[in-house]
Design a protein. Structure first.
Length: 143
């Protein structure tokens, strides 16, 4: 079974991470800051947005992969993956000091909600496999 959702979700996450890096690079170039944030507020915010993405996304990707391999309905996984990516983009845009705090809040809420739903689905799927193990059809004891 090819984990199609995870492959596409991972590619989208890589593109978002690249976009976040480009946003940082633009500020670094404009302000001639090669290391750290140089005390520049916008650069610090953009660096933090990328780090937040890097901190949270691997766990979400692992959960999606595990759920996809466990047979979780794909519609749920598609919806959750898209919501997570949109949430991370909103969070990054909301980190800029241009009065878009609602975007940051919405992004944080979307990301947390998606993570909690994925955790719940994973616990449910895992518990289901532990609580009701498959019993072979032929359970006779050879004589």
């Amino acid at each position: 079974m090819t984990p199609t959702i995870t492959l596409i979700f991972t590619a989208c996450a890589a593109l978002v991470n690249l976009w976040l890096a480009i946003r940082i690079g633009k500020v670094r170039t404009a302000e001639k800051i090669s290391h750290g944030d140089g005390g520049h507020g916008l650069l610090g915010r953009r660096m933090r947005a990328q780090l937040n993405f890097a901190e949270n996304t691997p766990v979400v990707l692992i959960l999606v992969l595990a759920l996809e391999l466990s047979g979780t309905p794909t519609l749920w996984l598609w919806i959750l993956a898209v919501a997570y990516i949109i949430g991370r983009i909103l969070h990054a845009l909301g980190m800029d000091p241009e009065g878009r705090n609602w975007m940051r809040g919405a992004g944080i809420m979307a990301s947390m909600l998606v993570t909690l739903i994925l955790v719940g689905l994973a616990l449910y799927a895992g518990y289901g496999h532990i609580a009701a193990p498959a019993i072979p059809a032929d359970t006779s004891i050879p004589v």
